[in-house]
Design a protein around this ligand. Structure first.
Ligand SMILES: NC(=O)c1ccc[n+]([C@@H]2O[C@H](COP(=O)([O-])OP(=O)(O)OC[C@H]3O[C@@H](n4cnc5c(N)ncnc54)[C@H](OP(=O)(O)O)[C@@H]3O)[C@@H](O)[C@H]2O)c1
Length: 259
């Protein structure tokens, strides 16, 4: 009994590994000895740097370009990871489009369609392919999707985040309900304001100094932004064998913002 997290044998496929949070998940799982396959869409350099970082630490990381909105490409991603590593044990959805804050009445139609298409359809294809892969392998599997902690209480001008993520949260609960009998677990992690990736860029470009003070002093009880590693630890736990009886849940990592 070492007190460390342990993992089922097989690879972790991380959709969105070139992003701030996906990269942190990859580093955390690879550091625990899990071979990771990370996807990128446009940022090949970032994916390569991530794999170099993981390799330098003794881990096993492969970067694959994949458009998650293309179901055939997603099926090939998982099949290739299975061939390469014997089986796929974990699938993590950590991708998603960038977007800004808009009040509902002011969202351009094409922006709504772009965000829903990339996020909901991307998560759906990865989830469906994961379920099929786990069933074919015959010995269970584990899905974790990054959503947002704000699906239950939507902040003004935040529906482009919360709307698609609510659909993904329901999808994941559906997998937990339908597939538990195959040994498949499915959970979500709900980040709040995280100082990495999309959150960091929005914080720097769209949030005024007065809004930052209000968010930190009044909206987040722990009074800081989260770190990518805070999210990665939650994903790592839900992926681990120590979370073997947890499914259909959303774990918020938001400093208490939704309390
Ligand atoms: N950071 C936060 O504060 C925060 C808070 C709440 C929720 N979240 C959610 O957590 C997830 C990860 O966030 P993040 O901050 O790490 O975002 P990020 O840094 O912007 O990374 C987004 C990732 O999604 C990939 N991607 C975009 N479109 C894609 C497509 N069509 N097919 C495949 N991959 C695609 C990007 O690939 P390329 O870069 O290679 O194109 C990148 O790997 C997102 O769903 C986000 O909404 C983040």
């Amino acid at each position: 009994m070492t007190g460390e997290l342990s993992y089922a044998k097989g690879a972790a496929v991380i959709g969105g590994g070139s992003g701030g949070l996906g990269a942190a998940v990859a580093v955390r799982l690879a550091g625990a000895g899990v071979p990771v396959v990370v996807t990128y869409h446009s940022n090949a350099d970032r994916a390569r740097e991530l794999c170099d970082q993981v390799s330098a630490g003794g881990g096993d990381c492969t970067a694959v370009r994949c458009d998650l909105t293309d179901p055939d490409a997603v099926d090939e991603l998982l099949a290739d990871a299975g061939r390469r590593h014997g089986r796929v044990a974990q699938v993590v959805y950590a991708a998603g489009p960038s977007f800004g804050f808009h009040f509902i009445g002011q969202i351009p139609n094409e922006e709504w369609h772009r965000v829903v298409h990339t996020d909901v359809h991307g998560a759906f294809h990865l989830t469906q392919s994961a379920v099929r892969t786990f069933k074919e392998q015959g010995d269970g599997g584990n899905l974790v999707a990054l959503i947002t902690s704000a699906t239950g209480r939507v902040a003004p001008a935040d529906i482009l985040s919360a709307g698609p993520k609510a659909a993904i949260e329901t999808l994941v609960k559906g997998v937990a309900r339908e597939c538990g009998r195959f040994g498949i677990r499915a959970n979500c992690v709900g980040p709040g304001w995280i100082d990495s990736g999309l959150g960091a860029s929005v914080w720097q470009t769209e949030v005024t100094e007065a809004q930052r003070r209000k968010i930190l002093n009044e909206m987040i009880p722990l009074r800081r932004l989260g770190a990518a590693e805070d999210v990665a630890w939650a994903v790592a736990f839900l992926c681990s064998e120590q979370a073997a009886f947890i499914t259909g849940q959303t774990l918020a990592v938001d400093g208490g913002a939704q309390v």
